[in-house]
Ligand binder design. Sequence first.
Ligand SMILES: [Zn+2]
Length: 421
Amino acid sequence: MTVRGISLLTRYKMPAEGAILVCEDLFDAFQKNRNGFHRRTLRPPNIPNLMDSLFPESYSASRARFLRDVERVRPQWADSSLESYALKNHPALSIDWLWAHPRKKENLVMISTAEHGIEGYVGSAMLKIFMDEFAPRLNKDNTGLLLVHAINPWGMQNRLRVNPLNVDLNRNFVYDGKYRAEINPEYDLIASFLNPQRQARAIRAETIPFLVTAIKKMIRPGRARVRAASLLGQHRHEKGIYFGGTHVQEETQVLMDLYRRALAEYKNFFQVDVHTGFGPRYQMTVLVSPLDDTPSAETAARFNYPLVHKVNAREFYAISGDMGEYVYRLRDAEFPATKVFAGGFEFGTFGDSLPALLKSLRITILENQLRHYAVVTKKAEEEIRAEYDELFFPSEKRWQEKALADGRQAFEGILRAYDLL
Ligand SMILES: [Zn+2]
């Protein structure tokens, strides 16, 4: 495999040493994939004790568990309400949330999941840990809860990041409501690479052409620009990856209304929004808004947590229409007296090496391609969906156990840092 890698690289005149390493790593990863290291077979639908497993099997199992657990949490607070929003075109799917109010509305802790649907499987486990292990330890006289199950229920049910309109909801929280087509002009330079307008083929058949183009694009426009342009979000290519929509989505509006109420009623607002897919494989990153002015190293020390990054190009990657940023902008504009920490958990899956980033970009492109332009065979579709699942919800036990441990450590650190425990 390396020999084929070298010949590709020679043709495109990459600096040989680093490039060969990249290709070896990448093909090594593919080799492991073929040997079953990362391969996921579809899970059997009826596993005993489904409701007691921290990682749910389906959107509906996760929702049923949330609704059950909510009834255990509610009696601990002075006042509570369980509310729900059913999607207009999918009324069987809903965003569900619990408000639990204390006697004195000082602090509000919000946990939210599945803004990127499929990431809600890990999100659900975090929500469960929070409800079982941390909510009982909060001061119910002055601390309330806002627990949101599945911001993007359609995406969670269908195991996709996007909503039914292909919108990445974390590119849709545009504060001024102006979805500018002109942002991210660099996306257009690589649009045909990011969004091939043809049937998806099997992963193996797509890999070499993908790598050839990826290497060309890494030379020009350049690796950093490819990464930044693909992830920033865009409002022009409605069938493209990282499409932020051209108007506010119904799911987004539900959350915007919740934020307005939360910031109006409470003095201090703390949020953890759970995501997966980026960062080192076995170390969750606590993400902090670029509008939070504390240096990340200082935040890491305060939280007693090893990895804290800001959502900007230097530390993570820049996002336009980011939900966390929306909360700070809303606070600044309408509720300047309210203190805000709107952060996130980001569980890395493939890792943050160049081969891992290429692998995640490749499968993101293929999944989007098969949804819009179909796929050659059922088998090719199954392979693509299985790898896409692994990108957002790894099946490896070791990964899952570390994710739970990191989530517990970060909840403990953040809640302690704000004197909530
Ligand atoms: Zn996400």
